[in-house]
Ligand binder design. Sequence first.
Ligand SMILES: Cc1ncc(COP(=O)(O)O)c(C=O)c1O
Length: 376
Amino acid sequence: MIPGPTPVPQTVALAGAAPMINHRGPEFGELLAETTRGLQKILKTQNTVLTFPSAGTGAMEAAAANLTAPGERVLVGVAGEFGARFAEIYRASGADVVIVKAEPGTPVSPEAIRDALCKDSSITTVVVTHNETSTGVTMDLKGIRAAIDREDVLLVADAVSSAGAIDIETDAWGIDVLVTASQKALMCPPGLAFVTVSPRAWERAEKLKARSVYFSFVSARKFLEKPSPQTPYTPAVSLLFSLREAVRMILAEGLDAVFARHALLARATRAGVRALGLELLAADDCASNTVTAVKLPAGADGHKLLGTLRDRYDVILAGGMGELAGKIFRIGHVGAVGWSDVVVTLSALEMALSDLEVPTPGFGRAVAAAEQVLRG
Ligand SMILES: Cc1ncc(COP(=O)(O)O)c(C=O)c1O
């Protein structure tokens, strides 16, 4: 129950074991066309969706390298480690980065973005993390776009830990570039990254000379638009086989059902954690549906807690990152997970806390609270 890589369903894993095909042949063209169409449905966009064999961070670098010239002013909303990483990437690509920072456990608000833009008319791009995995906070992307009342400003969003689990109306909300990856809500092994590119972003990409060959948007589009779609360089064919199966599963379950399942599991997790007397890092109005960050109870050793959960109860949770290391732990509930995963996790948490002599209200409380939520 970590926030990615997430469990890979057996059919998805087995799909990846199919024999290799010619990546310049028609069978590959059909494969890439189907995964691209499927991702467009999941991400609610008519925009181009580019697929790169890379970690999500590669797609973040791609956004910076294709759409920002050195010296350009870029506003980055930072609410945790992944926002900080995006800022670092833009800095490394030569952008002049302005940071709007939120306290750990809180989102970067539309108002904060609006204020920063009002103060600086030279900003060309706003970059935010839709779902800050390090703190378990989801931001109001729709509100953030509405706060950017300048048509020429691009909105780039990192949705690595939300796309496919939390509803994102890429086109309706006006998100120019959405970055995500295969190993979280998309239920695939790590290794594929995806970027949606709006017409406004294409205008930029076409004007600028991309500072990357491997990640060039223009050459990726050129190959994608061939009569039989391809990628410029050798694609991760096996991962695309897996992705096709995962996309079919998500669409068969239905997007609304997938989003509702994630919301329900998140509510059940939060209720269970609270019933144990533990405190959540994020308030309910911004708490993520894919990852819950829990403050470590006073006197508890996070390292020991995670070790006990892993070694005695076979439940793997994530620790805090950066300044939150040793202060929180994180429960992922994203991708191919269901109610039983949440119940087992909470039960293990009750036992592990008791093993470590951390005072709790008693066995069964967390599980009962989660069950109340799950039964509706
Ligand atoms: C919000 C967010 N952004 C970016 C990344 C980076 O993705 P990757 O590890 O695939 O580079 C992650 C990974 O956990 C993430 O959660």
